[in-house]
Design a protein around this ligand. Structure first.
Ligand code: NG6
Ligand code: CA
Length: 511
């Protein structure tokens, strides 16, 4: 075994089995700030010059900034499914982008990243976007206690929106109930047919403050037409302009209430997803229109979390991770001026593609970790993925996982802590079809262009022939080497197939 590999394995083994005393002395709070559709090039520390992000940049200065970190998937639901379950989402049917009335797709009691930390004595909370379904198979009755939900998979506390900002129902849920619901004005939701008498964007465009470019023409809430129909719950409906403040306040309160014990907070912001509706104090605060403005708003949210840690003297022993669920998109269904006002800003930075794409822009995301007590500031080129949180946090808290728990999750803790320059050797990237990363190589499996291409200007990245790129020399994926290197292409395609067939069973040693 080469010395380097031996060293990496030794570090991994040590990290996997810390002594209980060391665990207690060290056990950090963990805060995962997950933006929605924030691109690799959207923040100052990743090269953006037109969008001021002083708080994200402050985090990066004090932490480790990853340049090859990924979500599993180029859209939200599958990416978040993998983040919580440690299982590749394409292994399981029904993990595509969910409607707002879908039943929960993670079975109650399944081992999740939250459950692993709960088992270690952490108090666990989720604030913000959920988008993993709620309730049983038929979806929830919004007027009753709603379960299963976050509680059933390891979150002690939740304050969430069910799906996305652009999908009904436009209400918050705190723990198992809709917040502020008047029992005399029950909520009904449908994704099949109009319900109630609320106007739709399709019939009443004159009522809209922002108009759709694709879809998004059903029930109007707060002057914005959404995907899906809802009626009732008038007093409970959110005001988009206040959403960032609302979520941030709840996140800060969770930290305050748990300051004396280890806690895990999954803070999943809505920004910069559509509809992009900043609070008035952020309007015009970036050099590139409303999409930039909601990134400034996101940066403010992150700053409030950091300020809270400083105020409570928790900064040193809190592991803060900031990332995004998938790559960036400019026109995502509303005519909000995002495309016209880019002003040269490149949301994916040097990467090709974005949200929905198999090119690196789809899943290579900002990823910053800060833990002043343990992590030296710097940059890392280790290949890591959100899917690895489950096994890495298990290792951090001295737990051994049973067979089948987080089956595709790998312990990359040494990379996350900056003790190792390498993370995983391979990663499957996903946007309906699959690509395999193998070190600096990337192979995109052959696939016909999907029909939904017309809905986005982003390059999806599929091609009827396979594509092979060498990212070390060609980060922008412009030089397809598949024809020039048929043997390598074939080998990677075979490995991709065998990973797909393996069913995620991973020997403990591989974690
Ligand atoms: C798409 C929506 C898009 C966004 C996306 C989910 C249309 C035309 N497009 O279907 O606006 O909601 O789903 O985004 O409806 S995600 O970040 O939650 O995956
Ligand atoms: Ca997203």
């Amino acid at each position: 075994m080469p010395l380097r590999t031996a060293l990496v394995l030794a570090v991994a083994a040590l990290a996997a089995q810390p002594t209980p005393a060391a665990v207690r002395a060290d056990r950090p709070n963990i805060i995962l700030i997950l933006a929605d559709d924030l691109g690799f090039g959207d923040t100052g520390c990743y090269g953006a010059s037109r969008i001021p992000t002083p708080n994200v940049d402050r985090l990066a200065r004090g932490g480790l900034r990853f340049r090859d970190a990924h979500s599993t998937s180029a859209t939200c639901t599958p990416a978040r499914y993998a983040l919580l379950t440690g299982e590749y989402p394409w292994r399981k049917k029904g993990t595509g982008v969910l409607p707002g009335d879908a039943g929960m797709i993670i079975p109650a009691g399944q081992t999740t990243t939250a459950l692993v930390l709960q088992r270690a004595g952490y108090r666990t909370g989720v604030v913000g976007k959920w988008h993993l379904g709620l309730g049983g198979k038929g979806g929830p009755d919004w007027n009753r206690e709603i379960k299963p939900g976050p509680r059933e998979i390891g979150f002690d506390y939740s304050f969430i929106m069910a799906a996305t900002g652009d999908r009904v129902p436009c209400v918050y849920l705190e723990n198992q109930r809709v917040v502020g619901l008047d029992p005399n004005d029950p909520i009904q939701v449908s994704y099949d047919r109009p319900v109630g008498v609320d106007p739709t964007g399709k019939d009443h465009p004159e009522l809209l403050k922002v108009h759709p470019s694709h879809g998004h023409d059903q029930t109007i809430v707060n002057g914005i037409s959404r995907i899906g129909y809802m009626t009732g719950g008038k007093a409970a409906r959110w005001v988009d302009e206040e959403m960032a403040d609302t979520f941030t306040r709840k996140a800060v309160t969770f930290i305050e209430q748990n300051k004396d014990r280890p806690f895990f907070l999954y803070f999943a912001t809505h920004d910069p997803h559509v509809p992009r509706v900043p609070h008035p104090r952020f309007v015009g605060k970036s050099g590139c229109g409303v999409r930039g403005d909601v990134i400034v708003q996101f940066d403010w949210c992150a700053g409030e979390i950091l300020n809270t840690l400083d105020r409570l003297n928790l900064g040193k022993n809190t592991l803060v991770i900031l990332s995004s669920d998938n790559g960036p998109v400019v026109d995502d269904g509303y005519r909000d001026g995002a495309a016209e006002n880019l002003n040269g800003h490149r949301p994916a930075g040097p990467l090709r593609g974005g949200k929905y794409s198999l090119f690196e822009g789809g899943t290579r995301v900002p990823f910053i970790v800060r833990w002043p007590q343990r992590i030296e500031p710097g940059v890392s080129d280790a290949l890591v993925c959100h899917i690895d949180f489950l096994a890495s946090f298990a290792a951090l808290t001295g737990q051994k996982l049973a067979a089948g728990e987080g089956p595709d999750s790998r312990n990359v803790l040494p990379a996350i802590l900056g003790q190792s320059k390498v993370g995983r050797d391979q990663l499957v990237e996903h946007a309906r079809v699959l690509a395999l990363r193998d070190g600096a190589w990337k192979y995109i499996e052959p696939s016909p262009e999907p029909k939904w291409k017309a809905n986005t200007a982003t390059e999806i990245g599929t091609d009827p022939a396979g594509q092979l790129y060498h990212l070390a020399d060609d980060l922008g994926e412009t030089n397809n080497l598949a024809r020039a290197q048929p043997d390598r292409s074939r080998k990677l395609l075979e490995q991709l197939r065998s990973t797909r067939q393996a069913g995620g069973a991973s020997p403990d040693a591989a974690r």
